[in-house]
Design a binder for this molecule. Structure first.
Ligand SMILES: O=C(CO)COP(=O)(O)O
Length: 140
């Protein structure tokens, strides 16, 4: 079972909802997290249960970043809006930076998300457990 985070900016909300509906059978059984509004929209449209943090502009990206820093996140799907500036741009940069610091697979567009979720379905994320042998989860 993996810990997976869903995040999408407003103009990407419909895209992430459709993506999660399409792969609901892959995501079910994992522990799912999201920023506030993204999670609300996904839960309204699927049977998935999601731990929702604050909305992104209010600190949700930072809350998910904290889980990444504690080695509590295995996959991040973050559909960013590349065409509109966000008020919390530093938080977005910080989250993506932490993914790179800790080597966490992160998709920032749906094409990459699709490849990662198919890899997840095939069991390709087994290597995360090997990494965990050397970097035990700290818990939250
Ligand atoms: O702003 C976000 C990510 O940076 C997403 O927040 P919401 O899911 O609350 O819209």
């Amino acid at each position: 079972m993996l810990n997976i985070a869903f995040i999408a900016h407003d103009r990407k909300k419909e895209e992430i909802v459709n993506f999660v509906i399409a792969y609901e059978h892959v995501f079910v059984g994992n522990t799912l997290y999201s920023t506030g509004t993204t999670g609300q929209r996904i839960m309204e449209n699927t049977k998935l249960s999601i731990h929702r943090f604050l909305s992104g502009p209010l600190g949700g990206d930072q809350q998910i970043g904290a889980l990444i820093a504690q080695n509590e996140m295995d996959l991040v799907i973050f559909l960013r809006d590349p065409l509109m500036a966000q008020p919390h741009e530093p938080d977005i940069t910080a989250l993506l930076r932490l993914c790179d610091v800790h080597g966490i697979p992160v998709a920032t567009n749906v094409a990459t998300a699709e490849i990662l979720v198919r890899a997840l379905d095939r069991g390709d994320f087994g290597w995360r457990e090997l990494v965990d042998l050397h970097r035990p989860r700290l818990g939250v």
